[in-house]
Design a protein around this ligand. Sequence first.
Ligand code: G3P
Ligand code: MG
Length: 247
Amino acid sequence: IDWPGPWPYPLWIAHRGAGRLAPENTLAAFRLGHAYGYRMFECDVRLSADGLPFLLHDDDLERTTSGHGPAVALEWSALAQLDAGSWHSARYFAEPLASLSEVVRFCHEADCALNVELKSAPGIERETGLIVAETLAREWRGALPPLLSSFSSAALEGARTAAAWLPRALLVEQVDTGCVQAALALGCVAMVVEHGQIEPQLAATMSAAGLVLLSYTVNDELEVQRLLGLGVQGLITDRVDGFKPGP
Ligand code: G3P
Ligand code: MG
C-alpha cells in the first residue's frame, strides 16, 4: 500500500453526523456536527429498493423513522416521505432521510471530508459497494476522496471493482489473527477498529503492514489519550459537544 505522504484526513470524525445530539445520519446532524467544528463525518449508507444510496444505520425503518419493515423494500420516493427526526426529539419533527447525493453536496459546500460506511441488506453487499462507489466516483469533487469502510468484505470488493482509487478501510469489531491480512487482501489503506480492541501489538502489526489505524466509537477522554499514544489517526466519536477538533 502506497499512501502518498502523511494520513491526510482530520483526526476527529463525527459519528453518524453529530453522534447523539441530533437524529443520526440526517443533514440536521451534519449541520450540527459542523457547527461544533467537525470537518469529517462518518455515516451509514445503504440502498433503496430502486438502488438509490441513502443514509440509514439499521436494516429496518422502525428505530429511527416513521416507517416500518426493511428499508430495502421501499423505493427512494417513499423513503423520502418518512419522518427521520421525531424519534430523536420534537424539534426535529419531519427531518427527512438524507440521500448520499445530498450529503455529498453538503460536504462540497462545507468543505468537509466524508467516511461512508457501507451497510447492506443481507445478500446485496457487493451490489451496495458497487453502486455507492460508482455514485461517489461520479459526484464527489471534494479535496480528499471519501473513505469507504465496511464490516463486509463483499461490500469492499464491490467498491474496489467500481472505483479502485477510492480509499477503503476494513471495519473490525473483534480483532483476530486474520484481520490485518484480510485488510491487505482487500487493498485497504486502513482499518477502523472498535477502540477497546486496540492494543500495542495490533498497532505495531498494522504499522509494519503500512495500514493506518482508526477507531470507533470513542467517547472517553482517557481512552482518547491511550489511543493517541498507540498512533491511532482517526477518532470516530458521538461526543461532538465534548471533544473539540483542532483547527
Ligand atoms: O463506522 C464506525 C461505526 O459506525 C461502526 O458501527 O454500528 O455505529 O455503524 P455502527
Ligand atoms: Mg457506522
